[in-house]
Design a protein around this ligand. Structure first.
Ligand SMILES: [Zn+2]
Length: 319
């Protein structure tokens, strides 16, 4: 899978409150990218736990803030175009327009940190993951479960993931195309968009594609295009598609393996097992001996702990 993780805190509503976040699942790396609403707590945690990674802002959250502050749809449209621009020159051009129309909005966007929301300026590769909406969807699915006790919440998440893994595994097994259907569709669009563009060889594997101000240079040694979409998405842009067509090269060969059906199948190949019956558990001594402290309890000062809180406090080892 592409190493891009969308992250958001999910506030638990059960006895012990708290926030659902996971940290021991992935290794730190400079290829790793997080996308979040950049709340202070998440920003701080990522800096501390994944110091090598890069952290981008969700542009949907920024857009929501802009609507609340400025409610000017044409300038917000310019912001979206600026955020999604691949080229720095295109970004600069759009930012100049924003600054001319609404200087205060341009200042706000600068304070938000341009490199966090502009794809052209982002350090690291977030591909086309510009929002963390997927986490909002997951939060919505878990709306009811967030009131459950923690063990029941985890069982519910496991059960949900089992169903999703099975559904995706079944879909990927039935798929017969080289790349996933969504990417197949994107390749078709790129191919159509580039179909009539003129191509000129500059070298055996370097080409000039297009005309006048829309001229781009495609390099098939490093798989790059001066429009920057090819290297950032790792899917051929219209210019690279045109070159592939004239050179009778397969578009599939210009895609990252991340987009292949083979990788899609591999992503959902694992079977998630439930914890099973307690009588069948084989718990290693190293786990038995771990002392688990009771969770931090949020209760009104001066109030005695509830029965549930007392029993948690009295329990000294994890079963
Ligand atoms: Zn291009």
């Amino acid at each position: 899978m592409r190493p891009v993780i969308c992250i958001d805190g999910s506030h638990l509503k059960g006895q012990y409150k708290g926030t659902l976040l996971l940290k021991d699942v992935v290794d730190d790396s400079n290829q790793l990218v997080f996308v979040s609403d950049r709340k202070k707590s998440i920003k701080w945690a990522i800096t501390r736990l994944f110091p090598l990674s890069h952290h981008g802002a969700c542009i949907w959250h920024i857009e929501k803030n802009l609507i609340a502050r400025y409610s000017s749809s044409n300038v917000i449209f310019l912001f979206k175009r600026a955020a999604l621009a691949y080229r720095v020159s295109k970004f600069d051009q759009l930012m100049t327009q924003i600054r001319t129309i609404r200087p205060s909005m341009a200042s706000y966007l600068e304070r938000a940190g341009i490199s966090t929301w502009s794809r052209a300026h982002f350090v690291g590769n977030r591909y086309n993951v510009m929002t963390n909406n997927i986490t909002e969807s997951l939060n919505s699915v878990l709306r009811r479960q967030k009131s459950f006790p923690i063990t029941l919440l985890i069982e519910n998440i496991t059960s949900l993931m089992q169903r999703w893994f099975y559904e995706r595994k079944s879909a990927s097994t039935k798929c017969s195309t080289t790349v996933t259907p969504k990417i197949d569709d994107e390749l078709r669009k790129s191919f159509d968009a580039g179909a009539t563009l003129p191509v000129r060889n500059l070298d055996e594997l370097i080409f000039e594609v297009g005309i006048a101000t829309e001229l781009c240079t495609v390099d098939l040694i490093g798989n790059t295009c001066s429009c920057r979409e090819f290297q950032m998405r790792q899917i051929p842009c219209s210019h690279a598609s045109r070159v592939a067509c004239t050179k009778e090269k397969s578009l599939y060969d210009l895609c990252s393996p991340y987009y292949t059906t083979e990788y899609w199948r591999a992503a959902y190949n694992e079977v998630l097992h439930l914890v099973g019956r307690e009588s069948d558990w084989v718990v290693p001594q190293s786990i038995r001996s771990v002392k688990v402290l009771p969770p931090n309890i949020r209760r009104a000062p001066g109030r005695p702990p509830t029965q549930c809180q007392r029993s948690r406090t009295e329990r000294s080892t994890f079963r």
